[in-house]
Design a protein around this ligand. Structure first.
Ligand SMILES: [Zn+2]
Ligand SMILES: [Zn+2]
Length: 356
């Protein structure tokens, strides 16, 4: 479909260069996508129209043939250019270089600064035995990641050589970047790539990282798992993620997986275990020695006439916590013999006679 560039800019066919420029300025200010009244589609249309009508050669072609042969007449170049102030697209697509409106957008974009940089987070899984989860444990894990260089502690300088003010950004850590295009000069502020935004550069580059300040290597990370951690819980090690020069490191997330134990389980700060006792011990009472999660053994007194599922409580043998240790609950079960000897049968028959 034929595009009427004169109509798009709202100017007459014989409009002067100044009139076209003025019309474009007004419309561009109004429809720029970052303005309240913005309209990206409209903005692209007027930009395309202006790119043609402001160029004598293109305008002549357009007037004669209704289209432009030289330099694409606004094709491409605009796609994807408006997200997050990425104006790199304006440099492509041809036909716009060398046109300079200078001041149109400088006032709009002058104050733009890039968000601060941060390294990536890392997530790992850690498997623990039940005992480790109850008492807490210190684990050392080997991670391959980008870390702050240990030799220079991240300033990029060889030992004792020190740092000096970055000459690129004059120590400000930021550089203003101006790009001229048909829409004017875009000024953006970004972190200085020479000093990574720190304003300081090494006098002599660190041999270990070659001045890069960070290094990708295998690093031993110490993970201190607190007592009483539950399966599925996450430990966050602030700054334990990937390092980035001139920015803060990401975090390390450790997801905990706790293996089941065959003898113990946990309820809050208490540990629970079961103790199978003989029928005769249940009837007459007895002492039992049972192993604890701590690794030692304790003697518990099973009282005479203990019932099935009765709980014997041992204080201070549960999960360690800030308020002291929880308790150990010993749940009694009674082994009922499946087979009886003649002698046993007779003895139990005698009990029955007694009404037991
Ligand atoms: Zn270094
Ligand atoms: Zn710099």
């Amino acid at each position: 479909m034929q595009k009427d560039y004169y109509h798009t800019l709202g100017v007459a066919k014989n409009a002067s260069k100044d009139e076209i420029k003025k019309a474009f300025r007004t419309l561009a200010h109004k429809y720029h996508p970052d303005k309240k009244t913005g309209d990206e589609k409209k903005f692209k249309e007027i930009s395309e129209a202006y790119s043609v009508l402001s160029d004598d050669k293109k305008r002549a072609e357009y007037d004669a043939y209704g289209r432009v042969f030289s330099g694409g007449g606004g094709r491409g170049g605009f796609e994807g250019g408006f997200d997050g102030f990425d104006f790199s697209g304006f440099q492509q697509g041809g036909g716009f270089d060398g046109v300079n409106l200078g001041d149109i957008f400088g006032d709009i974009f002058g104050g733009f600064t890039r968000a601060s940089v941060r390294g990536r987070d890392i997530s790992i899984d850690l498997e623990l035995s039940f005992k480790e989860a109850v008492f807490g444990v210190e684990r050392r894990v080997l991670l391959t990641k980008t870390s702050v260089c240990h030799s220079c502690k991240g300033n990029g300088a060889e030992k004792d050589s020190g740092v000096e003010t970055c000459s690129v950004c004059n120590g400000k850590g930021k550089v203003h970047e101006s790009k001229s295009s048909i829409f004017g000069t875009f000024t953006s502020v970004r972190a200085c790539g020479t000093c990574y935004g720190t304003g300081k550069v090494p006098k002599v580059k660190c041999k270990a990282c070659k001045g890069a300040r960070v290094l990708r290597n295998e690093e031993e990370v110490v993970i201190r798992v607190p007592s009483g951690i539950n399966d599925g819980e996450m430990i966050r090690l602030s700054g334990g993620g990937e390092a980035i020069p001139g920015g803060e490191s990401g975090d390390l997330y450790v997801k905990i997986h706790v293996h089941r134990d065959t003898r113990f389980y946990k309820e809050g700060n208490n540990l629970i275990t079961t103790l199978p006792v003989k029928l005769t011990d249940a009837l007459l009472g007895n002492e039992y020695s049972i192993p604890t999660l701590d690794g030692d053994s304790i003697t518990v007194n099973v009282p005479q006439g203990v019932s099935f599922n009765e709980i014997i409580r041992v204080r201070g043998r549960g999960v360690p916590s800030a308020g002291g240790r929880g308790d150990l609950f010993i749940k009694v079960t009674i082994d009922i013999p499946k087979k009886l000897s003649k002698k046993s049968k007779d003895a139990i028959e005698a009990l029955r006679e007694e009404g037991i």
